[in-house]
Design a protein around this ligand. Structure first.
Ligand SMILES: NC(=O)c1ccc[n+]([C@@H]2O[C@H](COP(=O)([O-])OP(=O)(O)OC[C@H]3O[C@@H](n4cnc5c(N)ncnc54)[C@H](OP(=O)(O)O)[C@@H]3O)[C@@H](O)[C@H]2O)c1
Length: 310
């Protein structure tokens, strides 16, 4: 059986990819390989110095790469609006919008500039708002794709609308799980809305298995106690590389075999590693009434209304 690898990315010349959190890990490798394929890439990052370092790394490998930087802090609706506005003012299309950035299992409850729990605010609300604002430029692309990065951590998640932002009883991992279920509900719900609107754009959800990135040191590793020490070490032992972890994202962004409204992840043991294939999410990810409720709440809280029928 042949596996899909980045070598199979079809030519991407003339395409533009907007990738959140592209300065490290999976987002960086997605940007690198799309640039290698000939796409222009926009590294949408909260820290411009880190984005510049990432751009230099890409250019060192691919001197002809077209790499731009957009300042974007998903934990601030003002920043999301300003990034979207500055892109929209260029009048260009986005062929590939990759909702990748994320934070995981922060030991203590923190909040975004707008007062939302930081993991949900960054991973879900920030991307929900960004996608809604950028949607006109994806819809005008000839075959736009929106790829949202979820996780196997969506399994066992709960969405408690009475305590959505963990005002009480904050737990780092359940809070992360909630965001990754929200990513799935959003991506699959967006697919249904795009289909109803008869839009050609696709919405696809992926997960990278378990990949060795900064996510673990920045999240659980930033706390105190045994988990802080163990999390990054355990990950180094069991995880695949960040380049390998980027394959489902790249497959969803570029393969002709991918279908809108489907979920892709690695094919290996418990989907923790391997090569991209279609995978099945947990049942509640396909719960349309749950997705609709989250959508309504997300529109209300972000104040971003999608120009698509519900
Ligand atoms: N690694 C895994 O095993 C794994 C498994 C399942 C799912 N995922 C998902 O994969 C995605 C990428 O994570 P990764 O593993 O590649 O980790 P990573 O190397 O830590 O990358 C995360 C990226 O998100 C950015 N980011 C965090 N908060 C942000 C904000 N407020 N605004 C804008 N950007 C922000 C980070 O920027 P800074 O560098 O400035 O912090 C970084 O560029 C995440 O959605 C994660 O949930 C990863």
């Amino acid at each position: 059986m042949t596996h899909w690898t980045a070598a199979q990315i079809p030519p991407q010349h003339g395409k533009l990819a907007y990738i959140t959190g592209a300065n490290s890990g999976i987002g960086y490798h997605a940007a690198l390989e799309l640039a290698r394929g000939g796409a222009g890439v926009i590294l949408a990052c909260r820290d411009v110095a880190k984005a510049e370092a990432a751009r230099n790394r890409i250019l060192a490998e691919i001197p002809a790469a077209q790499v731009e930087i957009a300042q974007l802090d998903l934990a601030s609706f003002a920043s999301v609006r300003s990034a979207a506005q500055s892109f929209l003012s260029t009048g260009r299309h986005i062929d590939l919008l990759i909702n990748n950035a994320g934070v995981m299992a922060l030991p203590d409850r923190r909040v975004t500039s707008d007062g939302f729990e930081l993991q949900l605010g960054t991973n879900h609300f920030g991307h929900f708002a960004l996608t809604g604002l950028l949607l006109p430029s994806v819809l005008t692309a000839p075959a736009g794709r929106i790829v949202t990065v979820s996780s196997i951590a969506h399994r066992g998640a709960t969405i408690d609308f009475d305590n959505l932002n963990w005002e009480h009883d904050y737990k780092p991992w359940p809070a992360y799980r909630r965001t990754k279920l929200a990513n799935l509900l959003f991506g699959l719900g967006l697919h249904r809305r795009l289909s109803r609107a008869r839009a050609s754009a696709m919405s696809i959800v992926v997960h990278p298995g378990v990949s060795n990135t900064n996510l673990f040191a920045a999240g659980p590793g930033s706390g105190k106690g045994i988990e802080a020490v163990m999390a990054p070490l355990v990950i180094r032992l069991i995880a695949q590389s960040d380049a390998q972890g980027a394959l489902p994202t790249l497959y969803a962004a570029t393969s002709a075999d991918v279908q809108s409204g489907h979920f892709y992840g690695p094919n290996g043991f418990r989907q923790m590693r391997g090569y991209p294939v279609e995978v099945r999410a947990e049942a509640q990810a396909y719960d349309e009434s749950l997705a609709e409720k989250l959508w309504q709440v997300s529109e209300e809280l972000t104040r971003v209304r999608y120009p698509l029928p519900g």
